[in-house]
Design a protein around this ligand. Structure first.
Ligand code: ATP
Ligand code: LTN
Length: 337
């Protein structure tokens, strides 16, 4: 880089390798990653340490890790422009996570909506990792001196904690961490479940509630047709009172760029069947090319491995420098006397 250029801002985001990535993950996160790669210095992590906060089948998790990496690449992310890597392969995440735990109050973590939701869902396994999930997420972000964090609206509360922790740490030890800002898309920040449209679409919910990025066209059409809507056939955007149809409109708008008014003008009065088919067409035309790339990339193990090794080396070299600073500030035993 030439001296007269200001350095690019840094972006960090993570996706858990749990189950099948959904249309929600694509619209709320992945496709925005691609839009940012030229303007920013980006790290995108597959956060497998976060995934084990709920019980996982080891063989499934291993597969899901590789599948997620292949989907990142298939959706167009360039592994040279972006650092794409597995969280657990840069051990500094766990190290900083622990240190930040020592600066986080129980009360702060108890208020987290995701913790409340997930402990209700997994009542037999409310473990300390699930509770401390947000401090590990803060560590992910702060390790890389991140300026901006692209996330869906559901992660805003966690990002607030990362900001609070950065500020708290800096107030004690001087300027160590960059205080990160959220970067939430205007449309599609919260794609809702097809069956319970007042809840977010989530890859750990039952199959029929979400569209997976790898779902074949006939499955997408079937799931769309079964999506919950009202019984009056009106196509109007009113998420409070008509969550189902509004969700389908948001998906349509996010994928085609049409405004809600344009969608209403085009489809109102023509019946939900027609509209649902049109939404299915829009989804299929975005996902089909990604699926083709996915098939190609996931068959090329040598390529996947080279991305994995390169990603972790680049991530570790940044993380290592941050940890030297943090260790020194906190007063941990020096590596050299
Ligand atoms: P899980 O259901 O397994 O907890 P998830 O589907 O919420 O997972 P994550 O890996 O936690 O997926 O999220 C990855 C990214 O995708 C995050 O930035 C998150 O905000 C975004 N995201 C997840 N679900 C949606 C959704 N329904 N709409 C928009 N963005 C979403
Ligand atoms: N908690 C996020 C995934 C995640 C993340 C991150 C996102 C883990 N670490 C750092 C942004 C930045 C989720 O559940 N969606």
């Amino acid at each position: 880089m030439e001296n007269n250029q200001t350095p690019k801002k840094r972006i960090f985001s993570g996706i858990q390798p749990t189950g099948n990535l959904t249309l929600g993950n694509y619209i709320g996160a992945l496709r925005n990653f691609k839009l940012l790669e030229n303007e920013y210095d980006c790290l995108y992590s597959i956060v497998d340490l976060h995934a084990i906060t709920v019980r996982q089948n080891p063989a499934e998790l291993r597969k899901a890790c590789l599948r997620t990496m292949a989907i990142f690449l298939a959706s167009g992310l360039d592994p040279e422009k972006n650092i794409i890597y597995f969280q657990s392969q840069a051990p500094q995440h766990a190290e900083l996570g622990w240190i930040l735990d020592c600066f986080t109050y129980m009360g702060e973590l108890s208020r987290m909506t995701q913790f409340k939701d997930k402990s209700a869902k997994h009542a037999d396994n409310i473990n300390c990792g699930l509770f401390a999930y947000p401090t590990l997420m803060a560590a992910d972000i702060l390790l890389y001196m991140t300026d901006l964090v692209p996330i869906g609206a559901d992660q805003k509360q966690h990002l607030e904690l990362a900001r609070d922790l950065a500020q708290r740490f800096n107030a004690i030890y001087g300027d160590v961490f960059v205080v990160p800002e959220p970067y939430i898309p205007k449309v599609g920040a919260r794609v809702m479940s097809l069956q319970e449209p007042t809840r977010k679409m989530s890859k750990s919910d039952p199959e029929d509630t979400y569209i997976a990025i790898l779902d074949k066209p006939e499955i997408i059409r079937k799931k769309m047709r079964r999506a919950v809507t009202d019984s009056d056939n009106m196509v109007r955007f009113d998420p409070e009172n008509h969550a189902g149809i509004s969700n389908l409109m948001s998906i349509m708008s996010a994928l085609t760029g049409k405004t809600m008014d344009e969608i209403t003008n085009e489809y109102d009065g023509r019946g939900y069947g027609v509209f649902k088919d049109a939404v299915a067409d829009a989804v299929i035309s975005v996902l089909e090319p990604i699926q083709k790339e996915y098939d190609r990339i996931s068959a090329d193990k040598a390529y996947l491995e080279s991305v994995m090794v390169d990603g972790r080396e680049r991530a570790q070299s940044i993380a290592y420098r941050t940890m030297l600073k943090v260790r020194k500030k906190v007063g941990l035993a020096p590596m050299k006397l």
